[in-house]
Design a protein around this ligand. Structure first.
Ligand SMILES: C[S@@+](CC[C@H](N)C(=O)[O-])C[C@H]1O[C@@H](n2cnc3c(N)ncnc32)[C@H](O)[C@@H]1O
Length: 255
């Protein structure tokens, strides 16, 4: 089940930005009598996704400037980040990565901080609006401007995008981080993922996207999985790189 998200003008100051978001991403603006639910608004200088229902968790945004994340970006490299090792980055080699499930761009920023050029493809207009706003703020801050310069956002469905690439445009690496099925109780997802799970549900077709990725990547495909989850249906991964709560399944191509 997925839920419609409406734009909610937060204040008169933000009205012009809301109108621009509605135009740019073809998003509906909430009517005055709209029942409570998912809302996208502009507040504290950022585009935010929240839920107007009483008791809902606070809003989220694409944020590359959080102090803990900045510290992580400062040390991102093959030694510290399993993802960076998984894409095959090593001394003198920084492959170009197509992140086919862009989301809020955290994984892509880790790769870009390690020196990889990254194209982020995101099909949800709401998530793309959050991501574009986060990238814009990152571009305006000297601590992240260089990293942001290696990140390029494409608002599209990755399967269609990959299939339309000419051979000489194919990426070295395709990275997939599909939405997990929602969890209950103690294992419930963290706050940001709860809004995203309401908005997006869980991805129905990661195996189809894996098949397309395998046909397009020059060097490898990397899939993020929960640590104990089975691999995606399809060929067996050639390598697995463990993380704390996740792991990266690596499918090598010819290179
Ligand atoms: C789990 S999130 C990715 C999180 C991301 N790795 C990060 O670090 O923020 C999955 C995202 O992939 C997007 N997505 C799933 N399938 C897609 C597809 N075929 N094309 C483009 N985006 C897709 C979803 O809309 C969602 O935003």
């Amino acid at each position: 089940m997925t839920e419609q998200c409406y734009l909610a003008p937060a204040s008169e100051d933000a009205d012009a930005q809301i109108r621009e978001l509605a135009r740019r991403w073809s998003l509906p603006v909430a009517a005055p009598d709209q029942p409570d639910g998912l809302r996208l608004w502009v507040g504290n200088g950022a585009v935010q996704l929240g839920d107007s229902r009483p008791g809902a968790p606070g809003p989220i945004r694409a944020d590359f400037l959080d102090p803990a994340f900045l510290r992580r970006l400062a040390t991102a490299g093959p030694t510290r980040e399993g993802l960076v090792r998984a894409v095959g980055a090593r001394r003198g080699a920084r492959p170009g990565v197509l992140d086919a499930t862009g989301g809020l761009g955290q994984d892509a920023a880790i790769l870009a901080a390690a020196g990889c050029p990254v194209t982020l493809v995101e099909r949800s207009p709401v998530v793309a609006a959050l991501l574009e706003d986060g990238l814009q703020r990152a571009g305006g801050d000297p601590r992240t401007a260089e990293i942001r310069g290696r990140m390029h956002l494409v608002a599209a469905d990755s399967t269609a995008y990959l299939q339309a690439l000419r051979q000489n445009q194919q990426p070295d690496v395709v990275y997939l981080d599909p939405m997990y099925a929602p969890r209950r109780g103690a294992a419930r997802s963290a706050k940001p993922m709860q809004h995203l799970q309401r908005l997006l549900g869980h991805d129905p077709d990661p195996p189809g996207l894996l098949e397309t990725a395998l046909a397009c990547a020059r060097q490898r495909v990397v899939v993020k999985r929960q640590r104990r989850a089975t691999a995606l249906p399809g060929p067996r991964p050639d390598l697995t790189i463990p993380g704390n709560s996740t792991r990266f399944d690596v499918y090598l191509r010819n290179g």
